[in-house]
Design a protein around this ligand. Structure first.
Ligand code: DGJ
Length: 746
């Protein structure tokens, strides 16, 4: 019973005016008489999570509109039609259409009318509401699936187009979602790569007030879907606050080209069109072939963007990440330690050091494959020849895995299977597999070409190479999957000449097909997604992985900003954060203090990115204490707790602080950093959040920087209410001081 009106199969049949089997058809409310503009509105379609309501409506002309998205408690009495659920090109529509198609007969216009609504309980937490929309004049059907995740307050939306026209249609544009909002002071929070000191800084927070017109963020480079701009935004009424105000999170789960268009119209308000990018992507679609949009992930909070993040983190852990409920290991990755220059003795020494330090996994990065003139001794050769380099590693990969096992740790491996160096046997054997545009030069990026994943033969090769690596070395229990270039001079020798523009969609689908085949065979293999750092931090790729490499920038000071941005949409559990010796961004030009680096790395999936033999004894002591604490209690709270951002580094007042609070609120970890020496900087005054006001917490400073004594607050007790209202004063003003407070409820 919704909106005070009973409905069910009988109403549904009545509503559609046709007798048919309606066992799944529910969700239609007759609210005749209510008016939105000039259009009488007849049936509401309610999509609900525990806190939020997304209200759609069918009017008497059969159009479906977006009415309301927000807290259930704030459902407006007067229902205004904000915009179509999926605007089409044609009629009087003014929108930059969410769906634009050229029909088989050349007609440019499309109209969509609601045919039916079906609702299905997937399980106790998830309900799917499917709208079937049809063009009255063409055999073209669009299904819009909304899946509501009750506990997580997340709604996903996906669009599927099929047709039975007498030939191909061309799909010029098909968005995943088009939420529409009333007038307001709309702000956009997006995440963009900012290059500083010649290093990338993925997920840099950008906040701006939306002005009339369209603001677009997009990726047109395909393979590195999230490198320059991330397919996730927050729109908020007023500048987004952490724990107050209306905020809406919208993410596109797509490892390809995408765009998010925020269109502000002073008359009508804001609409956000999000989905695949239209540019050069006119898709030739044959009859009876579903064309499926990426999922858009929607979440709302009336208590600030902090809740947007917590909703997304819960959704990621519960429904997206592989084994999202299992802790991720503390590891050493070899890249920054040895790059491509190593031999068996060096790697074994690293494995031994990793084991001695208490780490759980060693990952051998790039450089282990290719032989003879194609040996991967530089980035100019080897990609494509996925056989172990017998000269560098005579004991083979299984030999290394056995060695690691004998020392009580696991072994993992880096691959980049979508790529090929011109200097490889593969490039010579299959030049036609390279992405290429007719006679134009095959442009090299990082000395490599991209394999054409639209081609099933290439997909088979990638899967077979992956399988062979694991067959030869079954001791591998973790894979880092990298992708270090984007598309240039797009084109495929596999796709027919009239279907070259299908490349973008078919590449992403080809990649997902490969991931899916690998996952079917290796469901619990731990996998990290990487694309020159955080280039594939998107919800499409994450569905096949356990975690992601956040950035090649491992400088602790830069990571404070990168991880701050990343945590807005992606959970700490998946966010690889490695203690390294990078001094990038440090005016002193030296590595940051070891405890500062440790405290920064501990807020994500903790690990190391260095040559352990380069650690000074003091650094190693700090690192080992961190590993012990991570295993004992930090990992559980960080990977499975709730994130509260307390003091933003983007305020640029020289501080940053955040907390992870265990779900039952009995424990919390507070991390605070001193980032620079602003001239008027006093001690950090910090109000906590997310605690139980009624509980009394014992405060202990842990992993205290060796350079100073524990803070006075260590050993004291405060109630949650005091900590959240009065807060704490933390005297950590000295450059690169930092602290970690452990709070335990009595
Ligand atoms: C880029 C990745 O982001 C690095 O971590 C490393 O794996 C290199 N590629 C290896 O080529």
């Amino acid at each position: 019973m919704l909106g005070g009106v009973a409905f069910g199969a009988a109403n549904s049949v009545l509503f559609y005016g046709k007798a048919r089997t309606m066992n799944k058809v529910v969700g239609l409310i007759a609210l005749a008489g209510a008016l939105a503009g000039n259009v009488a509105w007849a049936e509401a379609i309610r999509i609900e999570t525990s806190r939020t309501l997304l209200l759609l409506e069918k009017n008497d002309k059969g159009d479906v509109g977006w009415i309301y998205w927000g807290d259930k408690a704030d459902e407006p009495a007067r229902k205004w039609w904000r915009g179509p659920v999926l605007s089409t090109f044609g009629g009087w529509a003014e929108e930059d259409a969410a769906l634009r198609v050229t029909h088989a007969d050349g007609s440019l216009t499309t109209e969509l009318k609601l045919d039916k609504v079906e609702r299905k309980e997937l399980d106790a937490n998830r309900t799917r509401t499917s709208l079937t929309l049809k063009d009255p004049l063409y055999p073209l059907t669009v299904r819009v699936d909304f899946t509501a995740y009750a506990k997580e307050d997340v709604i996903t939306q996906q669009v599927t187009l099929t047709h039975q026209e007498p030939g191909d249609i061309t799909v010029h544009a098909m968005a995943s979602t088009l939420p529409a909002f009333p007038q307001g002071d709309w702000w956009l929070t997006s995440f963009q790569n900012r290059f500083l000191d010649n290093w990338p800084n993925e997920m840099h927070l950008v906040e701006e007030r939306l002005m009339p017109g369209t603001k677009r963020i997009a990726n047109y480079r395909s393979t590195r879907s999230a490198y320059f701009e991330n397919p996730a935004v927050i729109v908020s009424d007023g500048p987004a606050q952490e724990e107050a105000g209306e905020a809406y999170g919208i993410a596109v789960a797509w490892t390809g080209n995408w765009q998010i268009d925020c269109r502000l119209d002073t008359g009508r308000g804001l609409s956000v069109k999000a989905g695949m990018a239209d540019l050069g992507a006119d898709y030739k679609l044959p009859p009876d072939t579903p064309y499926v949009s990426p999922e858009a992930i929607l979440t709302h909070s009336s208590s600030g963007k902090g809740q947007i993040s917590r909703n997304m983190h819960d959704y990621a852990r519960n429904y997206v990440l592989v084994d999202g409920d299992r802790p991720n290991p503390i590891l050493l990755n070899s890249w920054e330690g040895v790059y491509l220059t190593f031999d068996e003795a060096k790697i074994k020494e690293m494995i031994k050091d990793a084991a001695d330090m208490g780490l759980e996994l060693f990952v051998l990065d790039d450089g282990w494959f290719g032989n003879g003139e194609n040996a991967r001794d530089t980035v100019k050769a080897g990609l494509g020849d996925w056989q172990v380099n017998a000269k560098k590693l005579p004991c083979g990969l299984q030999g290394l895995a056995d060695y690691a096992k004998s020392l009580g740790i696991r072994f993992g491996l880096w691959v980049e299977l979508e790529m090929v160096n011109p200097n490889s046997n593969l490039a010579k054997a299959h030049p036609e597999w390279v992405v290429q545009s007719g006679k134009r030069e095959k442009l090299q990026g990082r000395n490599q070409w991209l394999l054409d994943m639209t081609n099933p033969a290439v997909q088979d090769f990638v899967v077979a190479s992956f399988d062979q690596i694991l067959k030869d070395a079954p001791g591998i229990s973790y894979i880092k999957w990298d992708a270090n270039r984007t598309v240039a001079n797009v084109g495929s020798t596999y796709l027919p000449k009239d279907r070259q523009a299908n490349f973008w969609y078919d590449y992403a689908r080809g990649l997902y097909a490969v991931y899916a085949r690998i996952r079917a065979k290796h469901p619990h293999l731990q996998m990290q997604v990487c694309a020159s750092g955080g280039g594939r931090v998107d919800y499409g790729a994450l569905a096949y992985h356990n975690e992601f490499w956040t950035s090649d920038n491992t400088s602790a000071i830069r990571r404070v900003f990168i991880q701050w941005g990343t945590g807005h949409f992606y959970p700490a559990k998946a966010m690889a954060a490695h203690f390294s010796r990078s001094g990038v961004g440090n005016p002193l030009n030296t590595p940051f203090p070891a405890s500062f680096r440790l405290h920064v790395a501990l807020v994500g999936r903790f690990g190391f990115e260095l040559q352990p033999s380069h650690l000074t004894p003091d650094e190693r002591k700090v690192a080992e204490a961190g590993i012990r604490a991570a295993k004992a209690y930090i990992r559980d709270i960080v990977q499975f707790g709730d994130l509260y951002r307390l003091h933003s580094p983007y305020l640029r007042d020289g501080y940053a602080a955040l907390a992870y609070v265990a779900k039952d609120k009995t424990q919390a970890l507070v991390f605070a950093y001193s980032l620079d020496t602003a001239y008027d900087k006093g001690p950090l005054s910090l109000k906590l959040a997310g605690l139980d006001p009624a509980k009394t917490y014992a405060i202990e400073e842990v992993l205290v920087p060796p350079a100073r004594k524990p803070l006075k607050v260590s050993g004291q007790k405060r109630t949650g209410a005091q900590l959240m209202k009065d807060g704490l004063t933390l005297p950590i003003a000295k450059l690169y001081d930092s602290c970690l407070l452990r709070l335990r409820a009595e």
